[in-house]
Ligand binder design. Structure first.
Ligand code: PEP
Ligand code: MG
Length: 330
Protein backbone atom coordinates (compact mmCIF):
# COMPACT_ATOMS: atom_id res chain seq x y z
CA UNK A 1 0.00 0.00 0.00
CA UNK A 2 2.86 2.33 0.90
CA UNK A 3 4.65 1.56 -2.36
CA UNK A 4 1.43 2.17 -4.27
CA UNK A 5 0.96 5.58 -2.67
CA UNK A 6 4.59 6.41 -3.38
CA UNK A 7 4.10 5.55 -7.03
CA UNK A 8 0.90 7.62 -7.16
CA UNK A 9 2.75 10.61 -5.73
CA UNK A 10 5.17 10.56 -8.64
CA UNK A 11 2.50 9.85 -11.27
CA UNK A 12 1.56 13.03 -13.17
CA UNK A 13 -2.13 13.90 -12.99
CA UNK A 14 -3.36 13.49 -16.56
CA UNK A 15 -6.95 12.87 -17.68
CA UNK A 16 -7.83 9.88 -19.87
CA UNK A 17 -8.11 12.27 -22.81
CA UNK A 18 -4.58 13.54 -22.19
CA UNK A 19 -4.96 16.86 -20.36
CA UNK A 20 -2.27 17.47 -17.71
CA UNK A 21 -3.90 18.74 -14.52
CA UNK A 22 -2.08 20.92 -12.01
CA UNK A 23 -2.69 19.76 -8.43
CA UNK A 24 -1.72 22.43 -5.91
CA UNK A 25 -2.04 22.57 -2.14
CA UNK A 26 -3.69 24.97 0.30
CA UNK A 27 -1.61 25.83 3.37
CA UNK A 28 -2.00 27.97 6.46
CA UNK A 29 1.44 28.06 8.11
CA UNK A 30 5.06 27.68 6.94
CA UNK A 31 5.24 24.36 8.80
CA UNK A 32 2.74 22.96 6.24
CA UNK A 33 5.31 23.20 3.42
CA UNK A 34 6.65 19.67 3.91
CA UNK A 35 3.14 18.21 3.66
CA UNK A 36 2.77 19.86 0.23
CA UNK A 37 5.86 18.04 -1.07
CA UNK A 38 4.89 14.76 0.64
CA UNK A 39 1.49 14.91 -1.05
CA UNK A 40 3.08 15.23 -4.49
CA UNK A 41 1.43 18.61 -5.10
CA UNK A 42 3.23 20.75 -7.71
CA UNK A 43 3.06 23.96 -5.71
CA UNK A 44 0.99 26.01 -3.30
CA UNK A 45 -2.24 27.35 -4.83
CA UNK A 46 -3.35 29.13 -1.68
CA UNK A 47 -1.24 30.21 1.29
CA UNK A 48 -3.80 31.65 3.72
CA UNK A 49 -1.47 34.26 5.22
CA UNK A 50 -4.05 35.40 7.80
CA UNK A 51 -3.05 32.41 9.93
CA UNK A 52 0.23 34.22 10.63
CA UNK A 53 -1.90 37.00 12.12
CA UNK A 54 -4.34 34.88 14.12
CA UNK A 55 -3.98 33.31 17.57
CA UNK A 56 -1.48 35.90 18.65
CA UNK A 57 -1.97 37.91 21.78
CA UNK A 58 -1.46 41.52 20.78
CA UNK A 59 1.39 42.23 18.39
CA UNK A 60 0.91 41.27 14.75
CA UNK A 61 3.80 40.04 12.55
CA UNK A 62 5.74 42.88 10.93
CA UNK A 63 7.56 42.94 7.59
CA UNK A 64 10.65 40.99 8.75
CA UNK A 65 8.72 38.23 10.46
CA UNK A 66 6.45 37.83 7.44
CA UNK A 67 9.42 37.89 5.08
CA UNK A 68 10.98 35.03 7.06
CA UNK A 69 7.74 33.04 7.05
CA UNK A 70 7.10 33.44 3.31
CA UNK A 71 10.75 32.81 2.44
CA UNK A 72 10.71 29.57 4.38
CA UNK A 73 7.86 28.23 2.24
CA UNK A 74 9.28 29.59 -1.02
CA UNK A 75 12.68 28.00 -0.35
CA UNK A 76 11.15 24.68 0.73
CA UNK A 77 9.15 24.56 -2.51
CA UNK A 78 12.40 25.05 -4.46
CA UNK A 79 11.07 26.77 -7.56
CA UNK A 80 7.53 25.37 -7.48
CA UNK A 81 4.92 28.15 -7.44
CA UNK A 82 3.81 29.55 -4.09
CA UNK A 83 0.61 31.57 -4.26
CA UNK A 84 0.53 33.87 -1.23
CA UNK A 85 -2.85 35.36 -0.46
CA UNK A 86 -2.85 38.73 1.29
CA UNK A 87 -4.64 38.66 4.64
CA UNK A 88 -8.25 37.57 4.64
CA UNK A 89 -9.06 38.91 8.10
CA UNK A 90 -12.65 39.52 9.17
CA UNK A 91 -15.88 37.47 9.20
CA UNK A 92 -14.97 33.84 9.99
CA UNK A 93 -11.28 34.64 10.52
CA UNK A 94 -10.91 37.07 13.41
CA UNK A 95 -7.82 38.57 14.95
CA UNK A 96 -7.41 38.37 18.68
CA UNK A 97 -8.45 41.61 20.22
CA UNK A 98 -5.90 44.24 19.43
CA UNK A 99 -6.80 47.77 20.39
CA UNK A 100 -7.21 49.73 17.15
CA UNK A 101 -8.08 47.20 14.48
CA UNK A 102 -10.81 45.27 16.26
CA UNK A 103 -12.92 48.29 16.97
CA UNK A 104 -13.83 48.47 13.34
CA UNK A 105 -13.85 44.80 12.40
CA UNK A 106 -15.86 43.26 15.20
CA UNK A 107 -18.80 45.57 15.73
CA UNK A 108 -20.23 45.27 12.25
CA UNK A 109 -23.75 43.98 11.90
CA UNK A 110 -22.79 41.58 9.11
CA UNK A 111 -19.08 40.79 9.35
CA UNK A 112 -19.15 38.70 6.16
CA UNK A 113 -20.39 41.82 4.34
CA UNK A 114 -18.16 44.15 6.29
CA UNK A 115 -14.54 45.16 6.55
CA UNK A 116 -12.81 41.92 5.59
CA UNK A 117 -10.04 40.76 3.26
CA UNK A 118 -8.94 43.36 0.66
CA UNK A 119 -11.27 45.92 2.23
CA UNK A 120 -9.52 45.53 5.56
CA UNK A 121 -6.07 45.60 3.98
CA UNK A 122 -6.81 48.82 2.09
CA UNK A 123 -8.04 50.41 5.31
CA UNK A 124 -4.74 49.54 7.05
CA UNK A 125 -2.19 50.94 4.56
CA UNK A 126 0.81 50.61 6.91
CA UNK A 127 0.13 46.96 7.60
CA UNK A 128 -0.72 46.22 3.97
CA UNK A 129 2.54 47.85 2.87
CA UNK A 130 4.48 45.64 5.28
CA UNK A 131 2.81 42.54 3.91
CA UNK A 132 3.29 43.49 0.27
CA UNK A 133 6.97 44.27 0.80
CA UNK A 134 7.48 40.98 2.66
CA UNK A 135 5.87 39.03 -0.22
CA UNK A 136 7.80 40.91 -2.91
CA UNK A 137 11.09 40.33 -1.07
CA UNK A 138 10.40 36.60 -0.56
CA UNK A 139 9.90 36.31 -4.32
CA UNK A 140 13.66 36.40 -4.96
CA UNK A 141 13.91 32.91 -3.42
CA UNK A 142 11.66 31.12 -5.90
CA UNK A 143 8.36 31.49 -7.74
CA UNK A 144 5.88 33.65 -5.87
CA UNK A 145 2.41 34.68 -7.00
CA UNK A 146 0.36 37.25 -5.12
CA UNK A 147 -3.36 36.55 -4.65
CA UNK A 148 -5.92 39.03 -3.34
CA UNK A 149 -9.09 37.90 -1.54
CA UNK A 150 -12.65 39.17 -2.03
CA UNK A 151 -12.07 41.54 -4.89
CA UNK A 152 -15.41 43.03 -5.93
CA UNK A 153 -14.84 46.50 -7.37
CA UNK A 154 -12.46 48.18 -9.78
CA UNK A 155 -11.98 51.04 -7.36
CA UNK A 156 -10.38 48.54 -4.96
CA UNK A 157 -8.27 47.15 -7.75
CA UNK A 158 -6.87 50.59 -8.54
CA UNK A 159 -5.99 51.17 -4.89
CA UNK A 160 -4.43 47.71 -4.75
CA UNK A 161 -2.22 48.42 -7.73
CA UNK A 162 -1.17 51.73 -6.22
CA UNK A 163 -0.30 49.96 -2.97
CA UNK A 164 1.82 47.39 -4.84
CA UNK A 165 3.61 50.13 -6.80
CA UNK A 166 4.25 52.02 -3.56
CA UNK A 167 5.68 48.89 -1.91
CA UNK A 168 8.02 48.34 -4.88
CA UNK A 169 9.17 51.98 -4.81
CA UNK A 170 9.93 51.64 -1.10
CA UNK A 171 12.01 48.52 -1.76
CA UNK A 172 13.91 50.28 -4.55
CA UNK A 173 14.60 53.22 -2.25
CA UNK A 174 16.06 50.76 0.27
CA UNK A 175 17.97 48.94 -2.50
CA UNK A 176 16.20 45.68 -1.59
CA UNK A 177 15.65 43.07 -4.29
CA UNK A 178 12.22 41.92 -5.45
CA UNK A 179 10.59 40.31 -8.47
CA UNK A 180 7.57 41.60 -10.40
CA UNK A 181 5.32 38.75 -9.31
CA UNK A 182 2.13 37.65 -11.06
CA UNK A 183 -0.94 39.15 -9.40
CA UNK A 184 -4.23 37.27 -9.10
CA UNK A 185 -7.73 37.88 -7.82
CA UNK A 186 -9.88 35.48 -5.85
CA UNK A 187 -13.22 35.13 -7.55
CA UNK A 188 -15.49 34.64 -4.57
CA UNK A 189 -18.03 37.44 -4.86
CA UNK A 190 -20.64 37.12 -7.66
CA UNK A 191 -19.88 40.69 -8.78
CA UNK A 192 -16.31 39.66 -9.57
CA UNK A 193 -17.44 36.63 -11.58
CA UNK A 194 -19.92 38.75 -13.55
CA UNK A 195 -17.36 41.43 -14.43
CA UNK A 196 -14.43 39.11 -15.07
CA UNK A 197 -13.25 40.68 -18.37
CA UNK A 198 -12.88 44.10 -16.69
CA UNK A 199 -10.99 42.59 -13.76
CA UNK A 200 -8.70 40.62 -16.03
CA UNK A 201 -7.30 43.82 -17.50
CA UNK A 202 -5.53 44.20 -14.16
CA UNK A 203 -4.80 40.61 -13.09
CA UNK A 204 -2.57 37.84 -14.43
CA UNK A 205 -4.63 34.97 -13.04
CA UNK A 206 -7.73 34.15 -11.01
CA UNK A 207 -8.54 31.60 -8.36
CA UNK A 208 -12.15 30.70 -7.64
CA UNK A 209 -12.97 30.59 -3.92
CA UNK A 210 -16.03 28.42 -3.97
CA UNK A 211 -16.53 28.57 -0.18
CA UNK A 212 -17.27 32.26 -0.27
CA UNK A 213 -18.75 32.24 -3.77
CA UNK A 214 -21.48 29.91 -2.46
CA UNK A 215 -22.00 32.05 0.63
CA UNK A 216 -22.35 35.29 -1.33
CA UNK A 217 -24.32 33.89 -4.26
CA UNK A 218 -26.93 32.21 -2.05
CA UNK A 219 -26.86 34.76 0.81
CA UNK A 220 -26.12 31.91 3.23
CA UNK A 221 -23.66 32.69 6.02
CA UNK A 222 -21.10 29.88 5.78
CA UNK A 223 -20.64 29.95 9.57
CA UNK A 224 -24.33 29.96 10.54
CA UNK A 225 -25.60 26.51 11.47
CA UNK A 226 -29.21 27.62 11.33
CA UNK A 227 -28.95 27.87 7.53
CA UNK A 228 -26.18 25.35 6.81
CA UNK A 229 -28.68 22.97 5.14
CA UNK A 230 -29.18 25.66 2.49
CA UNK A 231 -25.46 26.06 1.80
CA UNK A 232 -25.48 24.22 -1.53
CA UNK A 233 -22.50 23.87 -3.90
CA UNK A 234 -24.91 22.20 -6.37
CA UNK A 235 -27.15 25.25 -6.68
CA UNK A 236 -27.45 25.97 -10.42
CA UNK A 237 -26.55 29.65 -9.92
CA UNK A 238 -23.30 28.63 -8.22
CA UNK A 239 -22.41 26.13 -10.94
CA UNK A 240 -23.14 28.64 -13.69
CA UNK A 241 -20.90 31.26 -12.08
CA UNK A 242 -18.07 28.74 -11.77
CA UNK A 243 -18.46 27.43 -15.34
CA UNK A 244 -18.67 30.95 -16.71
CA UNK A 245 -15.58 32.10 -14.80
CA UNK A 246 -13.49 29.18 -16.05
CA UNK A 247 -14.62 29.63 -19.66
CA UNK A 248 -14.17 33.42 -19.69
CA UNK A 249 -10.72 33.33 -18.08
CA UNK A 250 -9.55 30.74 -20.61
CA UNK A 251 -11.03 32.70 -23.49
CA UNK A 252 -8.99 35.70 -22.31
CA UNK A 253 -5.86 33.59 -21.98
CA UNK A 254 -5.56 33.88 -18.19
CA UNK A 255 -4.83 31.04 -15.78
CA UNK A 256 -7.75 29.93 -13.64
CA UNK A 257 -7.76 27.65 -10.64
CA UNK A 258 -10.28 26.57 -8.00
CA UNK A 259 -9.04 26.74 -4.40
CA UNK A 260 -12.28 26.33 -2.43
CA UNK A 261 -13.44 23.04 -0.89
CA UNK A 262 -15.02 21.87 -4.16
CA UNK A 263 -11.55 21.40 -5.66
CA UNK A 264 -10.66 18.76 -3.07
CA UNK A 265 -14.02 16.99 -3.06
CA UNK A 266 -14.07 14.00 -5.46
CA UNK A 267 -17.83 14.49 -5.89
CA UNK A 268 -17.02 17.45 -8.17
CA UNK A 269 -13.94 16.27 -10.04
CA UNK A 270 -15.63 15.22 -13.31
CA UNK A 271 -17.81 18.31 -13.24
CA UNK A 272 -14.88 20.72 -12.86
CA UNK A 273 -12.81 18.88 -15.48
CA UNK A 274 -15.79 19.01 -17.83
CA UNK A 275 -16.01 22.77 -17.27
CA UNK A 276 -12.42 22.92 -18.54
CA UNK A 277 -10.66 23.39 -15.20
CA UNK A 278 -7.00 22.35 -15.39
CA UNK A 279 -5.74 23.60 -12.00
CA UNK A 280 -7.05 22.51 -8.58
CA UNK A 281 -5.83 23.60 -5.15
CA UNK A 282 -6.80 21.65 -2.04
CA UNK A 283 -5.74 20.45 1.39
CA UNK A 284 -2.57 18.34 1.01
CA UNK A 285 -4.36 15.22 2.34
CA UNK A 286 -6.86 15.38 -0.57
CA UNK A 287 -4.31 15.41 -3.39
CA UNK A 288 -3.91 11.65 -3.82
CA UNK A 289 -7.64 10.82 -3.97
CA UNK A 290 -8.33 13.64 -6.46
CA UNK A 291 -5.39 12.47 -8.58
CA UNK A 292 -6.72 8.90 -8.65
CA UNK A 293 -10.04 10.20 -9.85
CA UNK A 294 -8.51 12.44 -12.53
CA UNK A 295 -6.62 9.49 -13.99
CA UNK A 296 -9.98 7.82 -14.76
CA UNK A 297 -11.85 10.80 -16.24
CA UNK A 298 -12.37 11.60 -19.91
CA UNK A 299 -12.93 15.36 -19.62
CA UNK A 300 -14.20 15.65 -23.20
CA UNK A 301 -17.17 13.39 -22.39
CA UNK A 302 -18.06 15.55 -19.39
CA UNK A 303 -17.59 18.75 -21.35
CA UNK A 304 -20.57 17.80 -23.52
CA UNK A 305 -22.84 17.50 -20.48
CA UNK A 306 -21.93 20.72 -18.68
CA UNK A 307 -24.74 22.87 -20.10
CA UNK A 308 -27.29 20.18 -19.32
CA UNK A 309 -26.05 19.92 -15.72
CA UNK A 310 -25.86 23.67 -15.13
CA UNK A 311 -29.32 24.21 -16.58
CA UNK A 312 -30.99 21.39 -14.63
CA UNK A 313 -33.41 22.18 -11.81
CA UNK A 314 -31.46 19.76 -9.66
CA UNK A 315 -27.93 19.52 -11.06
CA UNK A 316 -26.82 16.97 -8.47
CA UNK A 317 -29.47 14.49 -9.62
CA UNK A 318 -28.68 15.04 -13.30
CA UNK A 319 -24.95 14.66 -12.62
CA UNK A 320 -25.51 11.47 -10.63
CA UNK A 321 -27.55 9.94 -13.48
CA UNK A 322 -24.86 10.83 -15.99
CA UNK A 323 -22.14 9.36 -13.77
CA UNK A 324 -23.78 5.95 -13.79
CA UNK A 325 -24.26 6.19 -17.58
CA UNK A 326 -20.74 7.29 -18.55
CA UNK A 327 -18.64 4.30 -19.65
CA UNK A 328 -15.81 3.39 -17.35
CA UNK A 329 -17.30 5.14 -14.36
CA UNK A 330 -16.47 3.41 -11.06
C1 PEP B 1 -12.91 30.26 -0.50
O1 PEP B 1 -13.63 31.18 -0.11
O2 PEP B 1 -13.33 29.33 -1.22
C2 PEP B 1 -11.50 30.21 -0.12
C3 PEP B 1 -10.67 29.34 -0.68
O3 PEP B 1 -11.07 31.07 0.83
P1 PEP B 1 -11.39 30.89 2.38
O4 PEP B 1 -12.02 29.55 2.60
O5 PEP B 1 -10.08 31.05 3.08
O6 PEP B 1 -12.32 32.04 2.64
MG1 MG C 1 -12.75 32.94 0.76
Amino acid sequence: ERARLDRLRHTPAVTLDGHPIELLANIELPSDAQAVLDAGAVGVGLFRSEFLFMNRAGRLPGEEEQYEAYSKVVKALAGLPVTIRTVDIGADKQLDRTPQQMERVDHNLNPALGLRAIRWSLSEPEMFGEQLRAILRASVHGKVRLLVPMVAQLREVRLLIEAIERAKAQLRARAQAYVDVAIGAMIEVPAAALMLPSLLKYFDFVSIGTNDLIQYTLAIDRADEAVSHLYDPWHPAVLRLIAQTIAKAQELGKEVSVCGEMAGDPAFTELLLGMGLRSFSMHPTQVSSIKKRILRVDSSVWNKHIDLICEADDPQVTYGRLQTAVPGHV
